[in-house]
Design a protein around this ligand. Sequence first.
Ligand code: F6P
Length: 322
Amino acid sequence: MRLGVLTSGGDAPGMNAAIRAVVRQADALGHEVYGIYRGYQGLLESDWAPLATRSCANILQRGGTILRTARCPELHHPERRAEAAAKLRKVGIEALVVIGGDGSFRAAEALHREHGIACAGIPGTIDNDLPGTDRTLGFDTALNTAVEAIDRIRDTASSHGRLFLVEVMGRSSGMLAVHTAIACGAEAVLYPESPNDTYESLVSQLHANWIRGKRSSIVVVAEGDGVGNAVGVGERLKRDYGLDLRVVVLGHVQRGGSPSALDRIWGSRWGSEAVRRLVAGERAFYLGEVGGVLAVQPMARILDPHPVPPKDLGALVSVLAR
Ligand code: F6P
């Protein structure tokens, strides 16, 4: 059997571990893998090549993706999906492993539903915002990167007695923000799914901390927060209270770097499982982890609502900040 593998959307540490496992598991079972470069964009341009098992040497520990990646809005159009399916058939790729996030899985779901292309999804996004899995590749690494950066900021924040607003990625999800806030002992967190996430509640939390004698604070702000991004909130606080605060946007620093052990392990497990299921005839599913155990979801599950950060975590940030 000839399989194709692509990485799509924002890159995430751990993607290379998954690619390596796909190629080597397929080889172990006597199947062939084509690497498709630059995600669905490369698929539309027939940008692919066979991936030998040796070509995956020394990639396990590398961030990014050796297949490169792209965002491909063209795949939202049915006629472009028909083209993509025809190209796969022409080159003899019978099944596709898609490593990516929500948009990438939605495209795979449509390719299967409309054209019968067998697709396996491996969750790869630092946002950790897919239904049916507690984990996505890259989240653990990005979380540790953000925490390490904020630990450094903490040193200078407490030396100067300053307020820092630190913006983390996550698109419309607060998963990364809330977990980062707990792990770095932030004084407050602003994230989109929080019910009492307002500018006024932030001000009263900061004020309460000041009364308690805290002279420096770290506020983690999710980039998709409804109150505004970190720069916007910072401007407002400066204007209203004249605070000598600083804003740090961590940005793409969170997407790079060597994957954590957990991201390597799950990338390896999911890559191998995807191949074993596809060659056994399964056609439209994605993999995940639920309660520490490897889980399999029907590809159509990607259309379910996104998970929200555990409520208790958001509340715990302010309890522990006293
Ligand atoms: O989905 C991953 C992610 O890093 C989001 O957290 C962020 O909003 C987005 O990608 C940034 O995308 P780009 O790299 O295209 O600017």
